[in-house]
Design a protein around this ligand. Structure first.
Ligand SMILES: [Zn+2]
Ligand SMILES: [Zn+2]
Length: 337
């Protein structure tokens, strides 16, 4: 089968490789129909995430169609349209049953598609077939009426945006939200926050294209590097991977508020204003999300017309045009067939 390999920054290749096969109970094979670049892929492709190395099949946000199921798969059959969770999770261990599917006890801590050995070598979504080891647990049925290309990010970045605002707005209805943007997650978070009843969303970014879109999505925008502090806001989001953006979100969190950081900050330690955080008694949330638990929530928001993820998509290209588009990735690229 054909598989797109991320050789390294600036180098991508379609390679012919052996197709995965079902070799155990509970597995399924899925043919990806639409694949989106995760904000992490954008950093990788720009050479800004060297810790992941190279030489692996790319892609982990996808919508596909089930091609084959193995013994023991009861919830899906060939022909079903599905969102495969980007992380590998069994659905039955203690942590999975508590919704912590990003920390499944049966899988290495970072088990996921599209990052090679660091993710456990499960393959990538930019391929003709993906092997789904725990199909009944990892797949979510796509509602009729939603297009695969529109929901290609439902496996990862849309749920990642949901977790930054939706639970907090349930606890604090109508609260205003601050989002420090830097990729697609902050833009999805605008839509979700407004859909979940935020009284306003203020959005900070230095990218004019994202600012224009943020404004169209209903946010009040502020252009330029993140200020040291603004607000304060009961709900803040660092949907960027910069130290300055994260510090702005932390310092702008109101007493008792919640700041969620989606960015990856490599290095042994990262400076934090712990004294300020102590004084405000805020909660700081970071870490990989648990998208499998959240995918049904975001699909329902989209099915009900409360969010329109396609508005965040910068560009849709065909499978054969994937490489040139990926070499200069926009904020949100979707590759569809
Ligand atoms: Zn991702
Ligand atoms: Zn598990």
């Amino acid at each position: 089968m054909r598989e797109l390999t991320y050789v390294g920054p600036g180098k991508l290749e379609w390679r012919e490789v052996a197709a995965p096969k079902i070799d155990g109970a509970g597995q399924a094979l899925v043919r990806p129909l639409a694949v989106a670049t995760c904000d992490l892929d954008t950093l990788l492709l720009r050479g800004e995430a060297p810790m992941f190395g190279g030489g692996f099949p790319l892609g982990h946000e996808s919508v596909g169609v089930v091609v084959e199921v193995g013994d023991g798969v009861t919830a899906f059959k060939a022909g079903d349209r599905v969102v495969p969770s980007f992380q590998i999770s069994c659905g039955s261990c203690d942590r999975c049953r508590r919704g912590l599917t990003g920390n499944c006890e049966r899988v290495r801590g970072t088990g996921m598609y599209g990052i090679g050995a660091l993710g456990g070598n499960f393959g990538g979504a930019l391929s003709d077939l993906m092997k789904i080891p725990y199909a009944d647990a990892m797949l979510v049925a796509m509602p009729d009426g939603l297009a695969a290309a529109d929901m290609a990010s439902a496996a990862d970045n849309i749920p990642d945006a949901w977790r930054t605002v939706a639970p907090m707005l349930r606890d604090n209805p109508g609260a205003p939200v601050l989002i420090v943007g830097g990729g697609s997650i902050g833009l999805y978070a605008i839509q979700i926050a407004l859909a979940c009843g935020a009284s306003r969303v203020d959005y900070v970014d230095d990218n004019s294209g994202r600012l224009k879109l943020a404004s169209e999505l209903g946010a009040s925008v502020r252009e330029g590097p993140p200020p040291k502090k603004t607000g304060p806001y009961p709900i803040t989001v660092a949907a960027c991977a910069t130290q300055a953006g994260m510090l702005c979100a932390i310092r702008s969190t109101a007493p008792g508020g919640v700041c969620t950081n989606c960015g990856i900050h490599p290095g042994e330690t990262t400076p934090m204003p712990l004294f300020d955080m102590y004084i405000t008694g805020m909660t700081f949330v970071t870490g990989r999300g648990h998208p499998r638990t959240v995918i049904p929530e975001v699909l329902e928001l989209a099915r009900a017309g409360k969010i329109q993820p396609a508005l965040v998509t910068s560009q849709v290209v065909s499978w054969d045009d994937a490489i040139p588009a990926l070499l200069d990735p926009p904020t949100k690229l979707v590759i569809a067939r």
